[in-house]
Design a protein around this ligand. Structure first.
Ligand SMILES: Nc1ncnc2c1ncn2[C@@H]1O[C@H](COP(=O)(O)OP(=O)(O)OP(=O)(O)O)[C@@H](O)[C@H]1O
Ligand SMILES: [Mg+2]
Length: 258
């Protein structure tokens, strides 16, 4: 099996606590919830970061976890994790029949944590995700893992995550604080519901904890969580999704500066 080195960094206490709360709440969704899509309304809401951290957190708790990167348009994990190994193939190669499962399946150096990276950007991501190979992959993987966490593109920009969610047991919707209208959030939620996937909850992300008066108030209980980094951050960040499905809030800038 292919492997890659990964060193986990210690998180601030309140961030670690928020992830533990999230993990616990996912666990309480029931043991029939194994395959979980993470989506959001807009680019830059924190889906990729959250997906990875949820997967890592569950692996830390002894669960066998697969992080499946289904953002075939703009994957960040290989770069963000600083992976030195050459990742030749990913999900797009598997779905298009250019690679088989052993070529794309990676074990991380962190116990219990496995990944399938996105692979090269294909010309037809939504079509690939809707094909039989994706469904078959999830069928096989669900027998081998306790949880499969799937990172996806924003549903307010492209339809991919609704397609992915239709094969999942549940979806998590990430919403950045103060960024989108209630109406837009409802539209995206309605779109997600059309995929017949259970919405496990909404994560209020990028919460400005100074505004909220401390992390105790930065996340709620039940189906709503959130965390912030304790400082103001801006959104002067571009993104690169096409405009295939969507809403008037989708103003696409072309450059990505991270
Ligand atoms: N809770 C948070 N507070 C502050 N910054 C955050 C938070 N979560 C993520 N970020 C930062 O926001 C940026 C975007 O995060 P990420 O790539 O995870 O978003 P995304 O929703 O996956 O974006 P995309 O839709 O483009 O895939 C990154 O620089 C990340 O470090
Ligand atoms: Mg992402």
């Amino acid at each position: 099996m292919k492997t890659f080195e990964f060193k986990s960094e210690k998180q601030a206490f309140y961030i670690a606590e928020a992830y533990k709360t999230l993990r616990t709440n996912i666990t309480f969704c029931g043991d029939d919830v194994k395959v979980i899509a993470v989506t959001s309304c807009m680019p830059n809401d924190g889906k990729s970061e959250l997906s990875w951290n949820v997967a890592l957190n569950m692996a830390e708790a002894g669960k066998k976890v697969l992080l499946l990167d289904a953002d075939l348009r703009k994957s960040v994990h290989v770069r963000r994790l600083g992976i030195k190994e050459d990742i030749m193939f990913g999900l797009s190669h598997f779905l298009s029949g250019q690679a088989d499962i052993n070529d794309v399946f990676y074990q991380s150096s962190f116990p219990n944590l496995y990944t399938i990276f996105a692979g090269s950007v294909p010309p037809n991501p939504a079509e690939l995700l809707g094909n039989k190979r994706f469904e078959a992959l999830l069928k096989v993987m669900r027998n081998s893992f306790d949880y499969i966490i799937i990172d996806t593109p924003p549903l307010g920009s492209v339809i991919d995550s609704a397609i992915v969610s239709s094969f999942c047991d549940g979806a998590i919707l990430v919403i950045s604080q103060g960024r989108i209208s209630y109406k837009f959030a409802r539209e995206v939620k309605a779109q997600l519901e059309k995929s017949n996937c259970r919405i496990l909850g909404v994560i209020l992300n990028k919460v400005d904890i100074r505004e909220k008066g401390g992390y105790y108030k930065s996340y709620g209980y039940g189906k709503k969580y959130g965390y912030g980094y304790g400082k103001k951050y801006g959104y002067g960040y571009g993104y690169g999704y096409g405009y295939e499905y969507g809403s008037s809030s989708n103003q696409t800038k072309k450059s990505e500066k991270e």
